[in-house]
Design a protein around this ligand. Structure first.
Ligand SMILES: Cc1ncc(COP(=O)(O)O)c(C=O)c1O
Length: 356
C-alpha cells in the first residue's frame, strides 16, 4: 500500500449495543464499542483494511502469536470536549511508540496512514460510545500480532493490526498503596522493558498477585540488577515531589516512555517547576518518607491518568505520605490535563486531535 490515503471497507452493525447501556457507568475494559478495525499484513506489505462489527476472531491453533508471543499493543483515549467534539489525546505519539515496539519484536511498522485513518474512522463511526461524564473517556486499544500458522521460532511473515475501544471511567478510583518489589523484576538492560510487548504484562501478574494478597494495589518495580533504583509501577511511570523538585526515573531500555509522563513533565516545565529526570535510589525515597521531604508520589499513565500513592511498603514497613491539598502538584496537573482534553484551556502543545 503506497498511496497516502487508504481504502477502508466498512460494514456497520445492524444492531448497535448502545441502547440500553449506561456508558457512563461501566466497569473498566469489559464492554466494547460496536465496531473494530482490522488491517492485514502479508508478503511484506499492508493490504486489506476494514471496519466490521465487534466480534470474535477465527484463528488457527498454530498461530505463532499464541506460541512465541509476537504481540504488542498501545493504549490511548478519546474524550468528549465541553463543546461536544470527540478528541483523541496525542495519537501520533502512540503510533510512533507502537513502531518502536514493532522494531524490537521483529514485527513490521504500522504506517501512519494505516494507524491514523483506521483510528479516525473507527472513532467517528463509534462516536456515540465516547462518554460525557467527568473522568470518563473511550479507551482505545490498538494492537499488532503475528498470524502465521507455523510452529517454529522465527518472525512471522503475516500480521494483523487491530483497534478496539471500550468506554471507561477511573482505572483505580482511589489512591494507591504500593509495595517496593525486591525479589522479582520487570525488565533488565537489553530486554524489552521499554516496549509494550504483551509478555511484559504477563510476567508481572504473579508478583503483583503476591503483593495484592498483602493488601497492596500495585508494585513499584526496581532495577533487575541490584533492586536499588526505582523504575515504574504497573502500567504507570512514577513521579515524586521531593523538596521543591519533581523527580522521575530517567528513560532507559527498562522503562516505558509514557506519553502521560511526557505531558506531565512538559506542563511542569511550562509552570517553572524544577524537574529532574535521573536514577532514583530506593534509599532516597525511603529517606524522603522518613524525614518528610517527600511530599507526593504518583503514577502517570493513560488508563490510570494521575494516580496518587498514599502509602509505600518497603521491607515490611509501610510509610504514609502526607495528605494532598488542592495545591498539590499532582492534583493541579491532573486538572490541567483534563482541561486541555476538554478544550477548557489553550492546547499550546497541539496534543488534542479532533475526530469530529
Ligand atoms: C509499563 C507501563 N509504564 C508506563 C505506562 C504509561 O504510559 P502512557 O502514559 O503512554 O499510557 C504504561 C501504559 O501504557 C505502561 O504499560
Amino acid at each position: 500500500m503506497n498511496s497516502d490515503m487508504i481504502t477502508i471497507d466498512v460494514q456497520k452493525t445492524q444492531h448497535s449495543r448502545l441502547p440500553g447501556l449506561d456508558i457512563n457507568n461501566l466497569p473498566f475494559g469489559k464492554v466494547f464499542s460496536d465496531h473494530m478495525y482490522l488491517a492485514e499484513y502479508h508478503d511484506g506489505k499492508w493490504g486489506r483494511t476494514r471496519i466490521v462489527p465487534f466480534g470474535n476472531l477465527h484463528m488457527s491453533p498454530a498461530s505463532s502469536v499464541m506460541h512465541y508471543g509476537q504481540s504488542i499493543f498501545e493504549g490511548l483515549k478519546a474524550y468528549r470536549s465541553d463543546e461536544g467534539n470527540v478528541v483523541i489525546f496525542r495519537p501520533t505519539a502512540n503510533q510512533k511508540r507502537l513502531n518502536v515496539s514493532a522494531q524490537r519484536m521483529a514485527m513490521p511498522d504500522v504506517p501512519e496512514n494505516v494507524f491514523m485513518e483506521g483510528l479516525n474512522e473507527l472513532i467517528r463511526i463509534d462516536q456515540n460510545w465516547v462518554p460525557t461524564g467527568d473522568g470518563r473517556s473511550l479507551y482505545i486499544r490498538p494492537f499488532l500480532f503475528a498470524t502465521d500458522d507455523y510452529i517454529g521460532v522465527k518472525p512471522s511473515d503475516s500480521y494483523m493490526f487491530m483497534i478496539i475501544a471500550s468506554p471507561v471511567g477511573d482505572y483505580y478510583g482511589h489512591p494507591l498503596r504500593v509495595k517496593i518489589e525486591k525479589t522479582f523484576f520487570r525488565a533488565v538492560e537489553g530486554g524489552v522493558g521499554f516496549v509494550k510487548a504483551s509478555g511484559n504484562y504477563g510476567r508481572s501478574l504473579y508478583p503483583s498477585a503476591l503483593a495484592k494478597k498483602d493488601g497492596y494495589d500495585q508494585l513499584i518495580w526496581t532495577d533487575g540488577r541490584e533492586h536499588k533504583y526505582v523504575e515504574e509501577s504497573g502500567t504507570m511511570n512514577l513521579m515524586f515531589i521531593i523538596g521543591d523538585k519533581l523527580i522521575t526515573p530517567s528513560l532507559s531500555d527498562t522503562i516505558l516512555a509514557g506519553i502521560t509522563r511526557d505531558s506531565v513533565l512538559t506542563i511542569a516545565r511550562d509552570w517553572g517547576l524544577k524537574v529532574e529526570e535521573r536514577r532514583i535510589e530506593v534509599d532516597e525515597v525511603i529517606a524522603g518518607l522518613k524525614d518528610g521531604s517527600l511530599k507526593e508520589a504518583f503514577g502517570t499513565g493513560t488508563a490510570a491518568t494521575v494516580a496518587h500513592i498514599y502509602e509505600i511498603g518497603y521491607e515490611g514497613v509501610d510509610y504514609k505520605l502526607p495528605e494532598l491539598t488542592s495545591n498539590s502538584f499532582s492534583e493541579r496537573v491532573d486538572k490541567e490535563l483534563d482541561n486541555i482534553r476538554r478544550g477548557r484551556v489553550e492546547d499550546i502543545h497541539n496534543w488534542v486531535h479532533k475526530v469530529c
